[in-house]
Design a binder for this molecule. Structure first.
Ligand code: DO4
Ligand code: MG
Length: 279
């Protein structure tokens, strides 16, 4: 099942049908242990309404009062790219060490108000000259600490800033329009298939500048391990989103430009499309 957030409504798509109710409010609707079964129970008393399909043409990010966190260096490709970009600053070792360490790298990515949804504009910083999107499977973890769903995430990153000094990471990762989530919250009956593929396509004036794909089973860590570390000493009253890291990094010669269109697809979830805002 897929749960969409619009300006006014929570809309569920299940079995090819669309449902909504004025009783459903985002934070309480999604923050439930055993979400798939709970929503199935809700649908027993809801009436399918085909006209709701039109309402999901304009979507919000599937986030209310949830914080958005991110994991780093969970794929070999990210480890290599980070070591290379920070080697002059002496930061390379840190990335090699965190890739092998027991404790994962977790960092705060975005509050809801800085995130954008499908169709919204992501941004690149004015004080950065090397920017890339990071296509990431993103977990939704409810306040009880269980993984209840998935969405597509884009962890926009300023590579020159993080490469200059690893201590600049929050500035490379957190700014208005640096996180995109969507198009919906996907809530399968069980865990997502480990053979699921993430793909990305970046277009400039209609021409594809970069494309790549990776399967999520190439990730070094498990989803439950990442969720467990995030929830160790922090409570999330409305649940939390956790990006799981990137396994796709464009070549070093590539940087995003204003107007580029980034399309990230994850099988089963959908495609998140965002244009880089023109400043
Ligand atoms: O340590 C820097 C950030 C890593 C990251 O965002 C990723 O691997 O996806
Ligand atoms: Mg990332």
């Amino acid at each position: 099942m897929h749960i969409f957030k619009t300006e006014q409504q929570v809309i569920v798509k299940h079995g090819g049908e669309f449902f909504s109710s004025s009783q459903w409010s985002w934070d309480t609707f999604i923050n439930r242990k055993g979400l798939h079964q709970q929503v199935l129970n809700d649908l027993r008393t809801a009436e399918a309404d085909g006209s709701l399909e039109e309402n999901i043409q304009t979507l919000k990010a599937p986030v209310g009062h949830q914080e958005i966190w991110a994991s780093g260096v969970t794929y070999l490709r990210s480890r290599e790219a980070r070591m290379e970009e920070s080697k002059d600053a002496g930061g390379g070792d840190f990335y090699a060490k965190v890739y092998d360490a027991l404790r994962p790298e977790l960092f705060f990515k975005s509050s809801a108000h800085r995130a954008v949804g499908h169709g919204g504009n992501v941004r690149i910083r004015n004080d950065s000259g090397w920017n890339v999107p990071e296509p990431e499977l993103t977990l939704f973890i409810c306040s009880a600490g269980t993984i209840e769903g998935y969405t597509v995430g884009n962890d926009m990153s300023s590579r020159d800033i993080e490469g200059e000094n690893p201590l600049y990471l929050p500035q490379a990762k957190c700014y208005d329009g640096a996180a995109a989530l969507g198009p919906c919250l996907y809530v399968p009956q069980g865990p997502i298939d480990p053979r699921t593929v993430i793909s990305i396509e970046i277009s400039r004036r209609g021409k594809i500048m970069f494309s790549d794909e990776i399967s999520i089973d190439r990730m070094k860590r498990s989803h439950s391990e990442l969720a467990e570390y995030l929830f160790r000493e922090m409570s999330f009253p409305f649940g939390a989103y956790l990006m799981t890291g990137t396994g796709i990094v464009p070549p070093d010669s590539f940087t995003l430009s204003y107007g580029d269109v980034i399309a990230i697809s994850i099988a089963g979830i959908g495609t998140l499309i965002n244009e880089v805002a023109v400043q």
